[in-house]
Write a protein that binds this ligand. Structure first.
Ligand code: KPL
Length: 297
């Protein structure tokens, strides 16, 4: 099985390593084309994986059975549209990123789209990627397809466990969205590790209530208590983590806010709902981003 991994950041290198070690024919795809991408991963058992992997080979792409996309949400649409022109029409594209809304941007893509939400944790430290914690990757079809792709979960489970298949992935995506709507903007604004949010539970609850309200309108069964319980568990389990949004803000990079809180607000608006707490957080992050993006241009 030939697999192209689009995006060679922390999550991309984690998958490239796992796929390579299992003997898959794999290549990376970098934004700035290069014939090889260097994969340097510090694994959970303390061992290091250093390997140069083929990259940006259009012929390899044209024969790939799967395109695994590990880019940031805001990079997905342009990059996938370009690669989809060369990928076989029947090869699925699996999108694993924070937030939602990229599927709507990829309406013209003919390949089947699969969505993934993961709790695998990896971060960059200089030139090395550290696999911080194992987790579960939930995957499933973005739309209804006549063909069944659940065999992919079986294949990927053997590569980087755990991988779970969902015929209806949307509730898993929304639960992850709830986590990101709470942890990402709050930690980015308070400049703190995830665990510190356990001291701000009233605000966490307000955000969860607004997400639960919107989810109910989307037809997804949940409650504020249920989301609050789930989100506080993630806050505890990832207590030492610096969230991806805080990392982006510290590095003066564009954040995924438009696909996290922004997506939530767009869905809420379509149901005639207003979400004051999430709107405030969204505006604060956009303001922060525009301050450094204006300076950078
Ligand atoms: O997904 C994450 C992120 O940082 O983007 C969480 C789950 C919040 C872990 O830090």
């Amino acid at each position: 099985m030939k697999i192209t991994v689009l995006g060679c950041g922390a999550l991309g290198q984690l998958w490239l390593t796992a796929l390579f070690k299992k003997g898959f024919d794999v290549q990376g795809w970098l934004r700035v084309p290069q014939p090889y991408c260097s994969v340097n991963l510090l694994e959970l058992d303390g061992s290091e994986f250093n390997q140069s992997v083929t990259a940006n080979d259009p012929d390899f792409l044209a024969h790939s059975d799967l395109l695994l996309v590990t880019l940031k949400a805001w990079q997905v649409s342009d990059a996938v549209k370009t690669l989809a022109k060369k990928l076989p029409a029947t090869s699925p594209i699996l999108l694993i990123h924070n937030g939602m809304g990229t599927v709507e941007e990829l309406n013209d893509v003919t390949q089947p789209l699969l969505l993934g939400a993961t709790t695998q944790a990896a971060r960059r430290d200089g030139n090395i990627i550290i696999h911080v914690a194992n987790g579960t990757t939930h995957i499933g079809p973005a739309k209804h397809y006549d063909r069944d792709y659940s065999h992919l979960a079986v294949t990927l489970q053997d590569v980087l466990p755990d991988v779970a298949w969902h015929d209806n992935i949307h509730s898993a995506m929304w639960r992850k969205l709830a986590v990101n709507c709470v942890i990402n903007p709050l930690t980015a604004l308070m400049n703190c590790p995830n665990g510190e949010l356990s001291q701000h539970l009233p605000q966490v609850e307000l955000i969860c209530a607004e997400v639960a309200h919107t989810m109910a309108r989307e037809g997804i069964h949940t409650s504020t208590e249920n989301l609050l319980f789930y989100v506080t568990q993630v806050i505890e389990r990832t207590g030492e983590n610096i969230s991806s949004m805080l990392q982006d803000v510290r590095a003066l990079r564009h954040t995924e806010i438009d696909y996290i809180t922004g997506y939530l607000l767009r869905r809420a608006r379509s149901h005639g709902l207003s979400l004051p707490e999430n709107t405030r957080l969204y505006e604060q992050i956009k303001r922060k981003e525009s301050e450094y993006e204006r300076v950078g241009t």
